[in-house]
Design a protein around this ligand. Structure first.
Ligand code: SF4
Length: 317
């Protein structure tokens, strides 16, 4: 990959990794929190794809979901509020051989990290970005987040959130160089797993909004959807999330959507009833910034020195 001079490459004999090889500390999320389901899906994907733990990095910002790296026995970086994406980009820029998974929340990504969000989509570096969207700041005990529904009573808006919420998919689909946008739900392990597998397969930044239950503060928001699958619209296509018979039986509402159609993807992102889940947009041809940032990484010291000399010679009088 990238003709890298991999000083860090290890010559190891073939290994088989079990789930235990990826499991970190005991998760401290509330019982019933959707974060548990996402963690379990990622554990299974790492095991099923047999990704060496030392080749995986989980990166997060601040929030309940940002405790994610602690629960993986891989490399991890629990960063600053809103700063998961630039850290992940820095890692990918110099270590394109690593598998990068970003855990960020609606407060972390869509509020304080919004500037980084725009540019991370544009840089399109190969990583999976999971937006845990529980519509509230949970870690700090129920403040309005940018995706809180209008009227939601919180500690910062006791009489109800005043503004209409940001639609993270609609926004992402408007950013330059977007290459993969999907939505799934934490309470359907089949769809969650299949969506994250497709996101991981994609070459570029895969942005996945996960509708995430927070039984502590906003449990009622997704309760109806959880009990009534007719509130969801399953997007189907040969380039979308694969629909096995079990998934097919679960959803009455289905729509064939070609993920190469960005205009239709934008229309679907704006649809609220039923709520579409699946891959909205996918484009493998977008430029990825690591293709640029890794240039020259395989140069020898002699080649680097020769390059420097050549540059300095330009100023010789
Ligand atoms: Fe999960 Fe909500 Fe508890 Fe945070 S406060 S751990 S999001 S249930």
């Amino acid at each position: 990959m990238f003709g890298l001079k991999t000083d860090w490459a290890m010559d190891v004999s073939p290994r088989y990794f079990t789930l235990e090889d990826y499991e970190g500390g005991v998760a401290r999320w509330c019982p019933g929190c959707g974060d548990h389901a996402v963690l379990s899906a990622v554990h299974r994907i790492l095991r099923d794809q047999q990704l060496p733990p030392e080749k995986v990095v989980a990166v997060s910002g601040i929030g309940c979901s940002s405790r994610f790296p602690h629960y993986l026995s891989t490399f991890g970086f629990h960063g600053l509020h809103g700063r998961a994406l630039p850290v992940a980009e820095g890692i990918k820029a110099r270590r394109p051989d690593l598998d990068v998974w970003v855990a960020t929340g609606d407060g972390d990504c869509v509020s304080i990290g919004a500037g980084h969000w725009v540019h991370a989509i544009r840089y399109n570096m190969d990583m999976v970005v999971m937006l845990f969207d529980n519509n509230v700041y949970g870690l700090t005990k129920k403040q309005t987040s940018p995706t809180s529904p209008k009227g939601l009573k919180t500690n910062t808006h006791p009489r109800g959130a005043w503004l209409p919420p940001v639609n993270p998919l609609q926004a992402t689909l408007g950013f330059t160089n977007v290459s993969f946008v999907a939505r799934t739900v934490d309470w359907n392990p089949l769809h969650l797993y299949a969506t994250l597998v497709e996101a991981h397969k994609h070459k570029g930044l895969s942005f996945v909004q996960i509708l995430q239950r927070c039984p502590q503060y906003t449990g009622f928001i997704y309760e109806e959807l959880q009990n009534d699958p007719d509130g969801l619209l399953l997007l189907t296509h040969e380039n979308g999330v694969p629909v096995d018979p079990a998934l097919d039986r679960m959803y009455k509402n289905k729509l064939e959507h070609d993920p190469s159609d960005i205009h239709r993807a934008r229309e679907l992102a704006d649809q609220h009833s039923p709520i579409p889940i699946g891959i909205f947009y996918r484009n493998e041809d977008r430029p990825r910034y690591e293709e640029f940032s890794t240039q020259g990484m395989d140069m020898t010291v002699e080649e680097k020195l020769a390059g420097l000399e050549a540059e300095l010679d330009k100023f010789a009088i």
